[in-house]
Design a protein around this ligand. Structure first.
Ligand SMILES: *Cc1c(COP(=O)(O)O)cnc(C)c1O
Length: 467
């Protein structure tokens, strides 16, 4: 096998996909059934040369690829897999470092160490915090809450890592009604239960109502975890950290913040107030593959007390090299043992954009969201339901006086936009009613793209309205 020509062939296909389709249709040509038909085959008895397999893979996959990396994909906060991050990720795969341990994989461990320190600075979180490089914010929430669970029980003399939760003192978990679904999943995975929580009511922007939170905290005696949010997935709203964190402290709770994309508001001076006080929490979950634009899978579990983080994630085996005193091993802060060297892509993205480039990108995306919200809400019959403080807008079509009809109309506008493939938007239910989700998180999305998107939305609305 000629490695050089094989890798070049892969890179050529990658570039072709990105260049040819950078402004293309926001719709895959093939649907799922068509792709299954293409991939379906009996288990191969004998192999094929690598070059041929690569061609076959490209031929089968290409028609079923959604342009999620394009500037007009707005359905979810997905980031854009920036070419810089992709290139670093190619190398990460090619280098094949099993990035668990600093003795065996020194470059991978060092890149994580430095990228982790850069992240703490960018997000302005305590510099002594530990950073675990995980697959995404779901696992970041899981990892942080595992550290929380162990720490609050250890403070009561219970070793949950050794003894589990059986006969442990019960933990009170306080969480906002509009927390992200994956936080509830993390609670489920950790034996804390997604329903065995105290849910606090939220306001119109999905933010925890402070009085209700304070009342709930006042009633807590015993180990407790409070879960707050920086960047609600529909509205982009931030909890009031300045007020909520001290209230949680008064009842001795560990405070965790889900900030998958919202924590990045810190990089833009005009948006920094949104996250004021968030640095007072105990742990934070964030993503690299959203606003930092690294390829999937990349998230960060950040814990103020590195020792709690380490204890909750420790994997010890006699055949694994032990970390020397004071040295950081990547695997000590994540659930996995064998893992890709996620630090390389993070390091490369921060090195490429720099603090200024990251700030400009986040700002550009926020302005794009605001522009769309302004343009569409000026049209009679279209309403933006949230304060567009960040990169999220939720949009509803039709009349308030006929909510069922407006639900149908909202669904129809989303369906028409998807069919046309000009932009890709999402749908959701907000306060019991259908809405269109509009999230901006791609490095290429600027006000020009936003203006184009606003036109597409308004056009689709008029077409649906006109029947
Ligand atoms: C995306 C998101 C998550 C889950 O993150 P993944 O990277 O998809 O695992 C959690 N919380 C919020 C607020 C998110 O936006």
């Amino acid at each position: 096998m000629d490695i050089g020509s094989l890798f070049t062939q892969a890179a050529r296909h990658a570039a072709k996909f990105r260049e040819a389709r950078s402004n293309g249709m926001q719709r895959a040509e093939n649907d799922y059934a068509a792709e299954i038909a293409l991939f379906s085959a009996d288990l191969p008895k004998s192999g094929l040369p690598a070059e041929q397999v690569l061609e076959e893979l490209v031929t089968k996959a290409s028609p079923g690829l959604q342009l999620m990396v394009g500037p007009r994909f707005f359905a979810w906060v997905v980031g854009g897999s920036h070419p810089m991050g992709v290139a670093a990720d190619f190398l990460t795969s090619a280098w094949g470092q099993n990035a668990g341990n600093h003795v065996a994989a020194p470059a991978a461990a060092a890149a994580e160490l430095v990228a982790g320190q850069w992240l703490l600075e960018l997000l302005d979180l305590p510099r002594e915090a530990s950073v675990g490089f995980v697959t995404g914010a779901t696992m970041a929430n899981f990892t942080c809450l595992a550290a929380a669970r162990s720490a609050v029980l250890r403070a009561r003399g219970w070793d949950a890592d050794a003894m589990g939760l059986f006969s442990a003192p019960p933990i009170s978990v306080v969480i906002g009604d509009d927390a992200h679904a994956t936080v509830f999943s993390a609670l489920q995975f950790l034996g804390l239960g997604h329903d065995r929580v105290v849910r606090i009511p939220t306001d119109r922007q999905g933010r925890i109502v402070p009085e209700a939170f304070e009342n709930a905290c006042a009633g807590i005696h015993g180990p407790a975890i409070a879960i707050l949010q920086a960047g609600q997935i529909n509205t982009g709203g931030f909890d009031n950290f300045r007020r909520l964190i001290p209230a949680a402290r008064r009842c001795g709770a560990w405070v965790h913040v889900d900030g998958a994309f919202g924590l990045w508001a810190n990089t833009v001076e005009a948006r920094r107030h949104l996250r004021a006080g968030v640095e007072e929490a105990d742990s934070w979950a964030s993503d690299g593959h959203k606003w930092l634009q690294t390829p999937y899978d990349c998230g960060y579990a950040i814990v103020r007390d590195a020792d709690s983080h380490h204890r909750a994630m420790t994997i010890a085996a006699s055949y694994l090299p032990m970390a020397e005193q004071g040295e950081r091993d990547p695997s000590h802060y994540v659930p996995e043992l064998s893992r890709r060297a996620r630090g390389f892509a993070t390091w490369a993205m921060i090195r490429h954009l720099g603090r200024d480039g990251i700030s400009a990108m986040i700002d550009r995306n926020c302005r794009a969201a605001a522009l769309v919200a302004d343009r569409v809400s000026a049209v009679p019959g279209i309403a933006v339901l949230n304060d567009v403080v960040l990169n999220q807008a939720i949009v509803r079509f039709g009349s308030d006086s006929e909510p069922e009809e407006a639900d149908r109309m909202t669904d129809s506008v989303i369906a028409l936009l998807r069919e046309r493939g000009e932009i890709f938007v999402g749908g959701a239910v907000w306060r019991g009613r259908k809405v269109m989700r509009f999230s901006v998180s791609n490095f290429q999305t600027d006000e020009k793209q936003a203006s184009w998107a606003a036109d597409a939305i308004i056009r689709a609305f008029h077409d649906v309205e006109g029947g």
